[in-house]
Design a protein around this ligand. Structure first.
Ligand code: UDP
Length: 239
């Protein structure tokens, strides 16, 4: 089941259906890429054909953020919003139940150390076989280290599009696994960045909270949503 938006297919699973699908991919016979798509990524894909191709070839594309949900609504389509950070946390919990070897890559050294520590305290039985900060010179070296540990679930927090490119290239070299880009999730799990209060989460306004509390993001994120919605409307009128 998928819906089309600006030429990209987005899976329209419920949260629980997406979890089931991801668990099948963890047990699969190849490297599968999960993309949690947002308006900024559509903008990036428009300028970067390689990035657009990565999204098109991803095994699962889920709508992260209210922007994509509104855009789908404008075009008469529908998909549940699946916040990437909640989805990734749930995958860690599912992995812990079956002792699935897990790896996490990204963020500054002190951030990933604290995040791993917090996750291990919170999720009993979580089997983290490898972690590395997100500031490395050689992707190949990280792939080599990953290959030696053969994790089946790999979370990558390098920001977009860096994490999607890293995962895409990993598909050719790693042992079967599910890989998902998780943006700034480690900053939240480490306790360094506060998640938006529940009311913002429920209303789908986490992006608004983040742009207010982290002014450096304002210029990047704030124009992205209206521009994206304009594009969706124009695109709809063309077809
Ligand atoms: N990051 C990283 N390596 C890099 C660039 C970014 O590990 O080369 C990390 C950064 O420390 C942060 C995460 O990627 O933890 C997300 O960064 P950002 O907030 O820029 O991305 P977004 O959440 O907007 O996708």
């Amino acid at each position: 089941m998928s819906v089309e938006l600006l030429g990209f297919n987005i899976d329209n699973y419920s949260f629980e259906e997406a979890v089931v699908r991801a668990k099948n991919m963890i047990d699969g016979h190849k490297v599968s890429q999960v993309v949690t798509i947002n308006p900024e990524m559509f903008q990036c894909a428009e300028k970067d054909a390689d990035f657009a191709n990565i999204i098109k070839e991803a095994e699962m594309v889920i709508p992260d953020g209210v922007g994509v949900k509104i855009a789908l609504k404008l075009t008469g389509k529908k998909a549940d919003r699946i916040p990437g950070i909640d989805f990734a946390k749930r995958l860690l919990t599912e992995a812990s139940k079956s002792d699935i070897p897990t790896a996490i890559i990204g963020a500054k050294e002190e951030v990933i150390e604290k995040a791993v520590d917090n996750l291990q305290k919170e999720i009993k039985g979580l089997n983290i076989v490898y972690y590395h900060n997100g500031y490395f010179d050689s992707d190949e070296e990280i792939y080599r280290e990953l290959k030696a540990k053969s994790p089946k679930l790999i979370l990558v927090a390098l920001g977009s599009p860096k994490q999607e490119v890293f995962i895409y290239n990993a598909k050719k070299v790693l042992n079967p696994a599910l890989m998902i880009g998780i943006g700034g999730s480690l900053d939240v799990w480490s306790g360094n960045v506060k998640r938006a209060p529940k009311i913002f989460q429920i209303l789908g306004l986490e992006w608004l909270y983040r742009t207010i509390t982290q002014p450096s993001r304002f210029k990047r994120i704030f124009p992205a949503l209206p521009l994206f919605l304009m594009k969706v409307i124009n695109y709809k009128d063309k077809i």
